[in-house]
Each structure stands twice: as structure tokens, then as C-alpha cells.
Design a protein around this ligand. Sequence first.
Ligand SMILES: [Zn+2]
Length: 255
Amino acid sequence: MLAFTSGYSPPQPAAPLVATNAALVQPTAPPEPPAFGPSWPPSEKDWISEITADAWLHPLDGPARRMPIRDGRVFGAERPGDRPAECRNGHCGIDIGGEVWGEPIHAAHDGIVDRVQRGPNEDHGGLYVRLAHRGGSIFTQYFHLAAIPKWVQTGAKVKMGDVIGLLGDTGVKHSTAHLHFTVSVKPAANVIEQYIDPEPLVALWPIRMPVNGASVVTTQTAPGVPLGAASNKKKSAKIAKAVAAAPVDEPTSAE
Ligand SMILES: [Zn+2]
């Protein structure tokens, strides 16, 4: 049974115009509910609930739970250029970690490698990996990588916790090394993919950490406290002027 059936009103099958063969007339049964997803139309809150309903992992090791540490690192923070509207002031993900250059980055969930960028990509986030989860209904992306293992090729299967790259600073122009992490959802083939704020998720996901010489996944780490996405303020000349006068953190970082 799916966790998310409340509020879902499945389309009713059209009645046959003429029943020519009694054996072909099926008893009226409701169509199968969708294979995944929350009630329709899903809100961001629905997606958060859906995603936390099974096993996901914080992409960075413990023991400390890495969260955005300042406003310039949250979802929706100010970034230049044309960005999807749901990214508010431009930042379509969160920036976490960076204390240790080259530390392992783990796949947040089982999935398939959807895209790998190994070449120079200085203007668009450097080296990155994009994973597809749940049949391509959810995607995670990992930017600014220092290196990507050879086995991470488009179409390769990935298990939650697999090391899919090393934290770095490729494509980072105005700040230090960090992981730019995104979560986006595409609930149906004809629906445009949308970014959501991953901060409430990384605040709760279990973390891999060393315990007694072994590396284990644990939920013992305390939940993080999200700073919260940036408000959906309008980019105005006034704001641009204020930003120019007192540059915010990573004001022109690509990712
Ligand atoms: Zn970023």
C-alpha cells in the first residue's frame, strides 16, 4: 500500500459503449494508483514527506551533520543569471561542507547515473554527477567535484552510500571548496522538472560515520536546524545596488 493515497482521485475509465462479449466486461475496479508520488498536485511538503519515507543518506560523512552555514549557502540565495523561478533569487540547491577538500561524497539514494560531467565546465558548476531515482521522478546532483570514479558512467546503477565523487572546487569562482547539492522532482513525463529545497532533507537523513573502526550509517546524529530558504524577494535595482555596495557571500558563484 502506498503511503500517499489521500487526496488522490484516480481518473475513471470510460465505460465501454457496447458490451459485445460478457467475458470481456470487467467488473468495475478502480485503476491502479500511481507507482510513486504524493497526492496530486504535490506540494513541496508532500515531496519532503515522500522522500523521507524510505532510505536516504546525507551525502557527506559525519560525525558532524553538514548544513548550510550561512544565508548565502541556502536554497534560493542570490545568484546571477537566468534561473528557474522556483530557485527564487537564483540558487537552485544548497552549499554544504568544504572543511576537507577531497572528502568522499555519497549517493543519497539508490538510482542510476543520469549524467556525468568530467570535462572543464568552469561556468556551470565544474565536474558534476546527476543521479536519477525512482524511475526518473527524483534527481540529485553533486557539483564542484574534485574527481569522479571511473565506474560512474551514464546508465550505471548506484546504491545509496556509493562514493560518486570527491568534494572539490571545480567551477567555484568566488568561494572555497564545497558541495553544491540539489534535489529536483519530475512526477510525470509531461511535467517540467522542478528544484526543491533539500535543506529540510539533509537535516534529517541518516549519516555515514566511523564507529569503532567501521563505517556505519546511523541516525544517532542530531537533526540539523535548517536556516530556511531565502525569501522570494524580487530582483530589483534597489537590491542589485545593495548587493554591489556590500557583497553577500559568494555573490557571483555559478552554483
Ligand atoms: Zn551552490
